[in-house]
Design a protein around this ligand. Sequence first.
Ligand SMILES: Cc1cc2nc3c(=O)[nH]c(=O)nc-3n(C[C@H](O)[C@H](O)[C@H](O)COP(=O)(O)O)c2cc1C
Length: 365
Amino acid sequence: MRKFIKKILPKPIVSVAKVLVTRTKLAFLTLTQKSRFLSSFYYLVSNGFSSEHQAVIKGRKAYYDSLKDIGETCALLRRNTHRLEKGLIMRPRRRVFAEGFIQETVDCYKDAIKASELAQTEKKWATDVLDEYFKIIGSTTLIEYARKVYLEARQQHPESFETAAEFPSEGAAYKPYLYEKLPSVDISFDELKQLFIRRRSVRWYQDKQVPLNLVQQAANIASFAPSACNRQPYRFLFCNEKEKAITIAKCAGGTKGFADNLPAMIVIVGDLSAYPYEKDRHLIYIDGSLAAMQLMLALETLGLSTCSINWPEVDANERKIRKVINLKDYERVIMLLAVGYADPSGGIPYSQKKLNQLILEDISQ
Ligand SMILES: Cc1cc2nc3c(=O)[nH]c(=O)nc-3n(C[C@H](O)[C@H](O)[C@H](O)COP(=O)(O)O)c2cc1C
């Protein structure tokens, strides 16, 4: 409609109209930025945030639903197991801790341990940490009641979980360990710098398939990235079918001119069902991006180059991509990642980096 009006009106009128629209917008912004109430009014009129609002609400609802019907992962159990581990390593460790959430944890554990879909590794982590917690914790009425619930659940599900440990562990248990047990690292600063220099946004690729197993390998170690309360609220959706990869790439605006040569794409998706409160809604972007960075570097070490592709909030693009890939209502695209074997004769923008003093400020004094 806008395009049509633009076409039929004389150019000077279009220019005047543009100036008027910009001025009106600015006046509206100037007024509505003055208070929270007016800002909320602004977003009643503008729909700039509406799809995020809805996804956040859908995520919160899905969070509560997921506790009734536990699937492959359980955000609450992951969060609380993490909180217990923090209590276990506290200095000095308190005689009694986690009283505020231990009942919620064991109630969740009771359902989780019998959930057939829940990952063995997640069951093992919660079990090993709860075993340790109840071994060392002081006694209070609340804790004894939680212990009873836990022991009953364990009696009904006494299985031990035969899963390999990726991190140092005592007797293969998934529970806190000492820093000194961590392996030393042979990578020097200069070697790491080389890797960082080598990782550049690559837009021109060889016409060569990207093997799934390499991406799996990279994704596995990308998942060692930190995430808030270790919930890891993201997924990597990988496509190395060229035509589909190009269709995905074209859903984003930032691939114009080079989308047709992209051999594979990864869609990095955030899961808002990991949170009961909207205050945590940004964590999908933070945790997803931290993992994405590790993924890019891991791919680089396997000889694969990448290019991050922006995913601004554009309803039309959202509709397009949802036709190509299956996304839950509460899942949000964080960004896309082109991946492939770089064409050695393809150009790389210099992309000068900001000076150190612009990105690091010493605020010690
Ligand atoms: C979140 C994000 C979104 C990006 N979106 C695009 C994009 O849509 N199209 C593109 O060609 N490059 C995109 N890039 C790549 C940047 O242009 C690139 O990282 C930057 O210019 C620095 O270059 P370098 O990655 O080689 O250091 C994106 C990068 C990031 C981190």
